[in-house]
Design a protein around this ligand. Structure first.
Ligand code: ADP
Length: 506
């Protein structure tokens, strides 16, 4: 282990809008904590900066306290004070976190939700500026500032346009885009709120959106960062064409600094042999506990338990078009037709989708094989991963996807559409062009009901007719290494090369 401050130990600061389990909406939260912890374990000094949301899980932060400093940051022509809180997140090896609480009348992070406010652009522009100001005033010598998604993409142009001139320039900027669907586009003049120079930046080769005559913050981060990454090799290819949602040309132009690195999962948080959310812990050598979790979940959800070997299909997801909601709906009916049971845990920020699934939930209310739980519930998610035999992820596109990896770790065989990170982590059991030892699930290509049905029928066939082969598949999936170790090494490598280039230049 190398110590921070020694030649190879880096000082890395993540600036992000989410972090598990303190402020989690989706996979971004898992990545911040999982990657942060893995880098810390490798001997780097890792710190995280988050907004101080009113709705965050304070009980997940140890020694949460206000620092005796006031950081002033610029916004819309004025300086505002920020309260700075610190604490550590014990669930992730005591990662140190700074929380920024703006003393601004708009109460940017006092909205009882993380995203979805009319002024999201301003809220996160404010946060990005305040986070950089905190680092600048702390006078720490930071090697890597790693920002994530459009919410903190402002950091890259701010750093190089506003802070580097002040002598705050030791760091190199890494930007990870976890989903190119969300790019933070806005009218050009909105960019000025955090002190960026609109005239300088509203240019084709800088932050002007490639199609709409607006500015685009993710484009700004692609242009201004030293390293740009996304969360799987296949998605990195996809976004160089249509998947880039208008940013393909920018990505091609900057392709030398752009790379796709598959996310890992935190194998301590997601470990069926120690998981306290489960009724019974279990492991690949002893699957009885898995059966016990299935029996208990069926009872809890009022599902039929007459046939212990009736397969249970799970699905845990945000219900948004990206996730293939029409195919999720189809999978529910198809499971019923194939004689299985289905449990969906999901919630939707899109009112008409939420309503549609409430309708389906009502329809199956008295059916003892189908249950829809339309909410966010972390503890229950662990239980469903453990209880299910199969797990469906029929996404239209999927930058990385974590649920298929978590499912495998809990012995639930994934049925996924071959796209993005799903294509890098799930390999079809029947595909003879793939080495046998890699085959771990069932995949389909076309985003239609017929293709999904085909994959589900094949899975049910093995499950019902070849229980021994199925069991071996379950055990194999549980033993696959999805930990952060190898992905964190890839980040470490690109950080180190950026830092070496910076030192050589200086
Ligand atoms: P995304 O980031 O697009 O939402 P990922 O697959 O990368 O998708 O990450 C999803 C994460 O959020 C997983 O950890 C999953 O277990 C969790 N999750 C999604 N929906 C729910 C829910 N309704 N309740 C609990 N956890 C959920």
């Amino acid at each position: 282990i190398t110590l921070p401050g020694t030649s190879s130990g880096l000082h890395i600061v993540h600036i992000a809008a989410e972090m598990a389990p303190v402020a989690k909406v989706g996979g971004l939260a898992d990545v911040i904590s999982g990657l942060g912890k893995a880098l810390q374990k490798k001997g780097h000094l890792v710190e995280i900066i988050l907004p101080k949301y009113d709705c965050m899980q304070n009980d997940q932060v140890s020694n949460l306290k206000v620092l005796d400093v006031v950081v002033q940051s610029y916004f819309e022509g004025n300086l505002f004070n920020n309260k700075i809180w610190t604490g550590t997140v014990e669930a992730y090896a005591g990662l140190p976190v700074y929380f920024i609480e703006p003393q601004h009348p708009a109460k940017f992070f006092w909205r009882a939700q993380y995203y979805g406010e009319h002024d999201d652009f301003k809220r996160f522009a404010y946060f990005s500026r305040a986070a950089l100001e905190l680092l600048y005033q702390s006078q720490k010598k930071i090697d890597i500032i790693h920002c994530h998604d459009w919410q903190t993409a402002f950091v890259a142009p701010l750093y190089w346009e506003a802070y580097a001139n002040l002598g705050f320039n030791s760091a190199r900027i890494c930007f990870t885009c976890h989903n190119f669907e969300y790019q933070g586009a806005a009218p050009a003049q909105d960019l000025a709120c955090c002190g960026l120079d609109v005239e300088q930046l509203d240019r084709e080769d800088r932050m002007r959106d490639n199609s709409h005559g607006r500015i685009n913050v993710v484009k700004g981060a692609i242009v201004y960062s030293n390293i740009v990454t996304t969360v799987s090799p296949t998605y990195a290819l996809e976004v160089r064409s249509e998947g880039g949602r208008g940013l393909q040309d920018s990505l091609k132009l900057h392709s030398r600094k752009f790379v796709g690195i598959l996310n890992g999962i935190d194998t301590d948080t997601w470990n069926p042999s120690t998981d306290r959310h489960l009724k019974v812990q279990y492991n690949a050598n002893d699957l009885q506990g898995k059966a016990a979790n299935k029996a208990a979940l069926r009872k809890q959800l009022n599902l039929s338990s007459t046939n212990a070997s009736q397969p249970l299909v799970g699905c845990i997801t945000r219900l948004v078009p990206q996730k293939g909601v029409h195919l999720i709906r189809h999978a529910i009916y198809k499971t019923a037709e194939l004689g299985g049971q289905f449990v969906l845990l999901g919630s939707s920020p899109v009112p008409h989708i939420q309503r549609e699934f409430e309708g389906i939930a009502d329809h199956f209310q008295n059916n003892n094989n189908i249950r829809l739980l339309l909410k966010y519930d972390d503890s229950l998610s662990h239980w469903i991963y453990a209880a299910s035999d199969m797990f469906i992820v029929p996404s239209m596109f999927e930058p990385c996807g974590l649920t298929q990896m978590i499912a495998m770790r809990y012995g639930s065989v994934p049925i996924v559409r071959k796209t993005g990170g799903l294509n890098d982590s799930v390999f079809d059991f029947d595909d003879e062009t793939i080495p046998k030892e890699l085959r771990n699930g069932f995949t389909f290509v076309h985003p239609d009901e017929k293709a999904l049905s085909g994959a589900m029928e094949r899975a049910f066939n093995y499950y019902n007719r070849k229980p021994e082969i199925w069991k071996q598949l379950v055990q194999k999936d549980m033993r696959i290494d999805f930990s952060w170790a190898s992905s964190a090494s890839q980040y470490e490598d690109i950080y180190q090369r950026a830092v070496a280039r910076a030192r050589a230049a200086a």
